[in-house]
Design a protein around this ligand. Structure first.
Ligand SMILES: Cc1ncc(COP(=O)(O)O)c(C=O)c1O
Length: 356
């Protein structure tokens, strides 16, 4: 089955086989070596410059994101949340659930966030300590302007938290150069590992700052995990086999290089989008805002998502429905994972037959 949903993705046989390295107790030195290796490779891949640390966490991307959101804001300060899709809205929900005061700036789902509006909001409210934004809004496939947002956040002396769960390794992001302070990712999307581990990348100065904030959660308190990781251990049982797979997936990524992976995804997206145009399909977003890994397409007259999905699945392809308000009018095709030009060609042929 070829997965054209935005994670979990098809992984290489090498990554699948890594899960069979053998049973391992997370209190043994072999696990400490695995944890160190994964942490080191995450920093080498995504934050090679500056003084960064990686904190892998057992759970899906939401868990890692909630750990970052609930750990990042000092008592009495606020989080500004950029909302132009489902995942921005989820950050707001997380902050509110943990009793963090939130200022929300909303845009339509088809609009990019505007750094000037964020700068104005920061100027008006000195209590805002952290700005949180989604890099790649998986809702629509829209890429937010992280570099420009990073500039205004840094100029205002505030901190930037980025959900790059569907961005890292698929779209460009320079956490050090663009002024990101905390960045959240997951194993099972563009990194091409399996589901079960997310991670937080943060400047070490940020890890020290967060350690001073009273904890809002037991499991999700990021400094607790970081402190244990620095001692080569974990506070709670880790998903050992998922970490084996992530370790192997990171080796693959570093061999391909992050820039090489981003370029491969960009090429795949171009191939798919040219095919969609040949089939007369309409893409939701303007070209320059689209990510390298998701395309949201209007459902053609008379077609239903269910019929399209079922036709394609019978040919071995899984597509993804439109999210929320787009459910009735659009569907999504992702190009994440260990897939080839030939896989995408065969998919476009199958899509042509399904539409006919
Ligand atoms: C941008 C973004 N944030 C958060 C999540 C949540 O991740 P998970 O489903 O792994 O919990 C997703 C999942 O698609 C996502 O795309």
């Amino acid at each position: 089955m070829i997965l054209l949903n935005p994670g979990p993705v098809n992984v290489s046989p090498r990554v699948t086989e890594a899960m069979l390295r053998g049973d391992l107790c997370h209190r043994e030195p072999e696990f400490s070596d695995l944890l160190d290796a994964v942490r080191t490779k995450l920093v080498r891949a995504f934050a090679p410059d500056g003084d960064w640390a990686a904190v892998p966490l057992t759970g899906s991307g939401t868990l890692a994101l909630e750990a970052a959101v609930s750990s990042a804001v000092s008592t009495g300060r606020k989080m500004l949340v950029v909302e132009n899709g489902v995942y921005g809205a989820r950050i707001r929900e997380m902050a509110e659930t943990h009793g963090v005061d939130v200022v929300v700036l909303e845009w339509a789902w088809t609009e990019r966030a505007d750094p000037a509006r964020i700068a104005a909001a920061l100027g008006a409210d000195p209590a805002i300590e952290v700005v949180a934004v989604v890099h790649h809004e998986t809702t629509t496939g829209l890429r937010n302007p992280i570099e420009g947002i990073g500039r205004v956040v840094r100029d205002a002396g505030r901190l930037l938290l980025v959900d790059s769960i569907s961005g890292l390794a698929g779209d460009p992001i320079d956490v050090e150069g663009w002024g990101v302070d905390i960045c959240v990712g997951v194993a099972n999307k563009c990194i091409q590992g399996v589901p079960g581990v997310g991670f937080v990348l943060a400047r070490r100065s940020e890890m020290a700052r967060m350690a001073e904030i009273p904890q809002r959660s037991v499991y999700l308190h990021l400094p607790r995990h970081f402190a244990a990781h620095e001692k080569r251990t974990v506070p709670f049982t880790a998903a050992v086999q998922v970490l084996y797979a992530l370790d192997e997936a990171l080796d693959e990524l570093l061999e391909e290089t992050v820039a090489g992976r981003v370029e491969r995804y960009a090429r795949a997206a171009r191939q798919l989008r040219a095919g969609f145009a040949r089939l007369g399909l309409e893409i939701l977003l303007p070209d320059e805002w689209r990510s390298n890994s998701i395309t949201t397409i209007g459902l053609p007259e008379g077609a239903t998502y269910e019929s399209l999905h079922d036709h394609l699945k019978a040919d071995g392809f899984v597509i993804y429905e439109g999210q929320g308000q787009l459910g009735a009018t659009a569907f999504r095709v992702a190009n994440m994972g260990a897939l080839s030009v030939d896989d995408f060609d065969r998919f476009l042929e199958s899509l042509g037959r399904a539409l006919a």
